[in-house]
Design a protein around this ligand. Sequence first.
Ligand code: ADP
Ligand code: ZN
Ligand code: ZN
Length: 738
Amino acid sequence: MAQYADIILPLAQGTYTYATGGIESLEEGDAVAVQFGKNSVYTAIVARLHDEPPKRGSAKPLLAKLYHRPILHRQQLDLWRWIADYYMCTIGEVMRAALPSLIKPHAATHEEFEPYRPKVVRHLRLCCEISAEQLEHISQRAPRQAALIEEVMAAGGTLERSLTEASAATINATVKRGLIEIFEQEPSSSVDDVKVELLPQLSKAQLCVNEQIAEAFSTQKTVLLHGVTSSGKTEIYMHHIAEALSRGEDVLYLAPEISLTTQLVVRLRAVFGNRTVVYHSKLSPERRTQVYMECLRADAGQIIVGVRSALFLPLKRLGLVIVDEEHDASYKQSDTAPRYNGRDTALMLASLFGAKSILGSATPSVESYANTLSKKFAYVTLNERYGAATTPQIIISDTIRSAKRGERRLHFNKELTDRIAERLERNEQILLFQNRRGYSPYVECKECGWSPHCPSCNVTLTMHRQSNALRCHYCSHAINIPTVCPQCGANAIAPMGFGTERVEEEICRLFPTARTLRLDGDTATSDKAYREIIDTFARHDADILIGTQIIAKGLDFANVTLIGILNADNLLKMPDFRASERAWQTLIQVSGRCCRRDDIGEVVVQSADIQHPIFEILSEGDYTAMAASQLAERQLFNYPPYTRIIRITLQSEQPTTLAECSMALAQNLRRIFDSRVLGPVTPLIDKIRGEHRLEIVLKIENASSFSKARKLVAEQICEIEKSSQFRKVKLICDVDPL
Ligand code: ADP
Ligand code: ZN
Ligand code: ZN
């Protein structure tokens, strides 16, 4: 028996060594209770068992083992280690993100510490055979008890307690008579059979792709499936899922957004029944914990559908990973550690299990495409939409020319409004995309130019008309919209630019009889609200849907024949080396929501810069051209996939200390990394929630060892964190930032 255990705590820390203290049959992956500090008992995870005493001091003993078996398998533990190492965070931070909260209770003392107890279901069971005569006899004196007994008999001898309407008194009396008994059981974990006959019949083109994927898997682990929107990628995945299940393997199916998982689950459950399990952060803590525990208990053959955090579930025999919409930036967790990319981490998990992966997208990321060029991934394409579907015609509409000719009203070119009128006339539906929520991005005094900013963040306040507020989109600070300018007193405060709220208002003014709906962060406040808007529009109880990025994802409306992209320049002007790629992806994804019948679909893209090369590529739908031009540019300027980026963000309330600290760190890094270090530079938004920010960026070329680079960077950061002078500066590493 090992004497010591290195354990992981749910804190931003590395491992600690404890004495196993006679706890029997301890295994790696076990959850244990440990005293940490004076007033805290935590749930910790055993990472390693060994016999090496700690170098200093003596090791405190573990208090108890919590569950009768480990709560993660070796592969999950290895994944935690990989994430901590690759994304430069502590393994404690990985634990925090990976385990649902109820599994890792925390208390002040050992006495108060209560491990999670899985919910049990109470059942009623007949204790003995009861004849008709007996029953008759009972029913004369205790008709309610007799009714209950009949109910249990009708259910085959056992009945879930919650399913009967009999009162507790009746049940107790019947138990007292010795006729029925109560027993407890964990919820049933039997799995439904796969209804193979309900798998969608594949079209000829889909069949061909299916075979290409199968063939690629004979020599390769990962396939990039580049299939245009509505080509039926989901149907293809389903066939591969069925095969994995038939081999007794588990499947992990990731989508970038919770709303997408909800729709997916309905389609998957029809075929795969209760093997389909959903997991994401919007589930209640109780439900998440239940799913986690059931996953642990289940034999192989489960399909986990979820967003990035689903990859932490304790699957046993992962055989297939599907990452749908693999290009989507939502796969990256940027705000808190671990700052991991769900797609890349899922691929790592697949490789730990020796599993196969399919990355799917209508607009693959340039990085994944580059991996197909280098033969790291196989590349399979599906260029036709399912059924007799056609691609919409794309019209690039020049806002400058429109304005000069007096053909632009507010935010809309005549080319667009004419078409809107025409479609409304024909009783068809329209989708308008504007990538800003709120009424207007900022307001300005027409007299003196005053414009309100957030006091804690260096951004303008966004106007929200409905709530009569100016609001900061970074810290939620809000004020009432002033009626007169606080600087010059003029009554001249005007909204500048357009958000979805204002687009809706103007559309209502231009087309008073049209029924409009808005889908953005302000209206889709819950999954339910989101569904309601989508369903209303799908029922054609509205004519025009106005929305932000969320309308770009995964929706399918049969009657939408016109799509307006109101401000493509917003997309192109992002100060980021991925701006063009992103703009292209968004434009294609939004266009993909257009009707697929006949040749009637049109997409109008409004831009002031119609010469931009992206529009030519967009009109021709030429992905390879887009990817090639992006790759050439990235190679020239040393960007991924030719380099890897580590971005260090420094934050402090004191701008001078921050500047000094950043200079010192940059200087130390330059001594090691030379010209690979950029900065310190001021980020686009250089103050958020009262903290000033500076950034240092490292670009490590692919030929150098990235793991060595991370180690050296970590050492330098550690040095800075040790110096008392910079105590109040926060340093945050983001590896492969998006
Ligand atoms: P993608 O994920 O490639 O955008 P979907 O899988 O959502 O496409 O398919 C688009 C639409 O076409 C869906 O409504 C889907 O049900 C339908 N579809 C695609 N392939 C088939 C098929 N083989 N049989 C029946 N319906 C299909
Ligand atoms: Zn003013
Ligand atoms: Zn703010």
